[in-house]
Design a protein around this ligand. Sequence first.
Ligand code: GLV
Ligand code: MN
Ligand code: MN
Length: 426
Amino acid sequence: MKTNLPLDADRLWADVMALADITDPVRPYTRRSFTALFLEGRAWLAQRFAEAGLVTRIDTAGNLIGRIEGNNPELGVIAIGSHSDTVPSGGRFDGIAGVATGLEIVRALRQSGARLDHTIEIIDFLAEEPSEYGLSCVGSRGMTGSLDGKMLDLTEPGGETLRDALRRVGGNPDRLIEAKRNDISAFLELHIEQGIVLESRSLDVGVVTSIVGIRRIEIVFQGEADHAGTTPMALRHDALAAAANTVAAVRRVAEQLAAEGENYFVATVGILTVEPSASNIVPGRCRLVIDARTTNPELTARFVGTIDLESAAHAAAAKVTRPKFETLSDGPPVACDPDLRAALRQGAHDLGLGEMDLPSGAGHDAAFMSRIAPSAMVFVPCRKGKSHAPEEWADREAIAAGAAVIYQAVRALDQSLPRSRGGEAA
Ligand code: GLV
Ligand code: MN
Ligand code: MN
C-alpha cells in the first residue's frame, strides 16, 4: 500500500462504505435515482459536504453541488464529481467513489491550509444510470443544456413524468436554463474501470482517452393476446415471436460490426417486457430497449438502419404491428481533454503510480460535461472488472491512489489553466 498519499485513504473509504450502507436491504446495493433511499443518500452527502465547509445547493437540474470559493472568482470553477445513484442490484463503487473522492480532496486541501485560486465544486449528478423514466445522465444533460422538453415528458411505468420527478428531488424543470453552466474551467471524474485492463496489468490508474457514444432505441411490437391452448399456430399474432427474432438480430448485427475490427461496437437488449406475461396466453405486446455503443457513430447509423428493416420484417412475419421504433437518447463519443489528461498523467508520475491511457466503454457524466468544459477521467482497478453487480469491488488503496492523482492534478491545474476564460461566471 502507498502510504505517502496527500489525502486520508481511511476517511475516503469510510464515506464510500457509509453511502453503500444506504441500500435497499433485500436488493443490495440498490439506491435508484428519485427514490426515498436516493434522497436519504443525498441528505447524508449534503451533511458531509457541509461538514467539509462546502456551501451546498441543488441546482434546477437536480444536481447536488458543494462549493468552496477560490481566491480569484474570475478564474471559474474546477469541478469534481460523479453520481450517487445505482443500477438495480448494483455495486458500492460505481459513481459513489467519484463523489466521495471530490469530498476527500476538499478536506485534504483544507487540512493542508491551501486555498486555491479557482473555486472548487463537488457535484453529485442526478440519475446518471438509466432511470425508470428511460433516460441516463439527467443531471449532466441539464447542466450542459442537453435536457429537452421531450425528455422531460418521459414517464415511468406508474405514469409520473420526469418533469414531476425532477421537482420532487429539488430541481425545477421550468427554470432548467439556470442549471446550464459556462463558468467551469475543468471537470474531473474518478470512476472504477468496470473492466479488467488495469487489474490484469497491475497498474494503479487509467487516464481515460475517450468515452463511447451511446444510443438507446425503444421498440414496441403489438400483437393479440389469445388462449395459448386453443389458438392454432397459423392464427397467432405473437408479439414475443417478433421481439425474440429482433433480439437475435441485435446480437448478430452487433457481432458483425465489432468483427470489422477498426472501431469498438457493442449492443445489448437489457429490457424486454412481455404482456400479459402468463404461461397460457399468447404474448399480446412486447417492449424492448436496445443500448448500442461505439467509438464511431457511423457504425451505429448502419446498425440502426439494419435493425429497423429486420424488426419490421420480423413483425410482418409474426403478423403483428410495430407501433414504435424510437430513439430515446443519442450521445456521440467524446475525447477527453489533452491538457487535463497530461495533468493527470503528471500527477500519477509525481506519486510514483503506474498509469496507462485507456478508452471507456461505459458512459459517464464526463461525456456530457465535455460539451461545456475541458473534461477528463481517472479509472481505478476493480476486481475482475465486475460492475453493475453486487460483487463489484475496488480496494481502499486503489480508490485512494486514484483520488490522489486527481488531487495532484487539481493543484497543478489551479496554476496552469488559462487565466482568462471565454465565458462569464454564471
Ligand atoms: C453507465 O453506467 C453506463 O451505462 O455505461
Ligand atoms: Mn453505472
Ligand atoms: Mn457510473
